[in-house]
Design a protein around this ligand. Structure first.
Ligand code: 5RP
Length: 230
């Protein structure tokens, strides 16, 4: 008789990488924690070792609430000088560790916390690995009064920017701003693209993470968790 094993679902792959990320947490750490469904698995996996860590710096209201519900202390980023590790998901990650992030609208705080950390450990299921960034609609957090001006600048580059909505209204981020999702862009040079767009008046943060790229990716695959070092 032959037995076949069903392939792991995307959710199961997220659980695997969330659990695998715990080994990058050192006792006594304050851990940088990202946002999203994959990070939620990591937060859940932190719970059993919560007494071994000092706490976390969180990148969103949602992650803060989840951490606190598990009894993990959440520090304000201003109270902490640096972090040894920041753990977060991605919408896309390429072969150099450059990422697109912001599908969960938390990109600005994610970049701030990532910038505090010595290492960025990206946790992602295999669907997030890409040859080149640009298929996932690029999130850009913007000051509302600048949204149309910024959308026109993306149109000049060949992109189509749409205001992200929630319940029929413009989504308001944790920072009180709006999100544009830009389709049809090719991000050939992520470092230059990030620097350029971040200079546009009214852009709070562009969701290309090239200056704050991943140091390591824990990729959930059918064969298990693959560790990619950049
Ligand atoms: O950037 C993010 C949130 O702003 C997330 O890391 C990204 O959207 C991936 O989310 P998920 O783990 O739910 O697939």
């Amino acid at each position: 008789m032959t037995t076949s094993t069903a392939p792991l679902s995307q959710d199961e792959l997220k659980t695997l990488v969330g659990q695998a990320a715990v080994r990058y947490v050192t006792p006594g750490d304050i851990v940088g924690v990202g946002t999203g469904s994959t990070v939620n698995k990591f937060i859940d996996a932190l719970a059993p070792i919560k007494d071994q860590i000092k706490g976390a710096v969180s990148s969103s209201v949602a992650s803060t609430e989840r951490l606190k519900a598990l009894g993990i202390t959440v520090f304000d980023a201003n109270e902490v000088e640096s972090l040894s590790v920041y753990i977060d998901g991605a919408d896309e990650i390429d072969g150099k560790g450059y990422m697109v992030k912001g599908g969960g609208a938390a990109l600005t705080r994610e970049k701030i916390v990532a910038a505090m950390a010595e290492r960025f450990v990206c946790i992602a299921d295999a669907s997030k690995l890409v040859d080149a960034l640009g298929t996932f609609p690029l999130p850009v957090e913007v000051i509302p009064m600048a949204a149309q001006q910024i959308a026109r600048r993306f149109a000049a580059l060949g992109g189509t920017a749409t205001l992200r909505l929630k319940d029929g209204q413009p989504l308001v981020t944790d920072n009180g701003q709006h999100i544009l999702d830009v389709r049809g862009l090719r991000v050939a040079d992520p470092l230059a693209f990030e620097s350029d767009v971040n200079q546009w008046p009214g852009v709070v943060t562009v969701g290309v993470f090239a200056h704050q790229k991943a140091s390591i990716c824990l990729l959930g695959t059918a064969e298990g968790v693959k560790t990619i070092n950049y």
